[in-house]
Ligand binder design. Structure first.
Ligand code: TMP
Length: 212
């Protein structure tokens, strides 16, 4: 019927420091929503499968050097190259869970010393998330979880700065969840937040654009 034809999916973003549990929680949320018969896909940025994504991947594993501005714009381009597919999916009713998005882009590059407004500029016009869940973890605790794989940004001092920039980016669509809670508690909170968001989007909340 008409209502269903016009109902769109939700854009749900998970953000947080490295080792905050985003990847685990996004795959658990995916299984849950699938079980609820909600059309849903799990995406992540950087999307290392594209040409741009391969340049990013090589940079992150220290196999290539790029200046800070260049890698920043590549991360942004990697979101832009997925934008139209993202919009098509959402408009056709598919909910997207996205592991990292523009907030990572701005927080990590600003933490290197780039101007925050300069960092936000290339993100303007990307689709705005309907919900951003920030998995909040003290940098020391994240580091103590181990498994920093040796990629470029996985160092305590740097993650401390990233955490400060994430705080600056906090806006009305953000929900902070304590990432030190038991995994099941975080999972439950995420389910509630996601279901509310999916319902609101089905009811006709318009898609909007980031930082315009
Ligand atoms: P990942 O471990 O989630 O694949 O992310 C790789 C690293 O890239 C992580 O340290 C965060 C960083 N990053 C940016 O610096 N800018 C971005 O736009 C994104 C999406 C990630």
């Amino acid at each position: 019927n008409g209502h269903h034809a016009s109902s769109r999916g939700a854009l749900i973003v998970l953000e947080g420091l490295d080792r905050s549990g985003k990847t685990l929680q996004s795959s658990r949320l995916l299984s849950y929503l699938e079980g609820e018969r909600i059309p849903v896909e799990l995406w992540r940025f950087p999307d290392r499968s594209t040409c741009v994504g391969q340049m990013i991947s090589s940079y992150l594993s220290n196999k290539s050097e790029l200046d800070d501005q260049t890698i920043h714009l590549l991360f942004s381009a990697n979101r832009w190259e997925k934008r139209s597919l993202m919009e098509t999916k959402l408009r056709s009713g598919t909910t997207l869970i996205v592991d990292r998005y523009s907030y990572s882009g701005v927080a990590f590059s600003s933490a290197k010393g780039l101007n925050i407004e300069w960092c936000k500029a290339p993100e303007m016009g990307l689709l705005a998330p309907d919900l951003v869940v920030y998995l909040d973890i003290p940098p020391e605790k994240a580091a103590a979880r181990g498994g920093y794989g040796g990629e470029r940004y996985e160092q305590l001092e740097f993650q401390r700065k990233v955490a400060q920039y994430y705080q600056i980016l906090h806006d009305a669509t953000w929900k902070s969840v304590d990432a030190c809670l038991p995994i099941e508690d975080i999972e439950k909170r995420l389910r509630e937040l996601a279901m509310d968001c999916v319902t609101t989007c089905h009811k006709g909340k318009p898609l909007s654009q980031l930082w315009l």
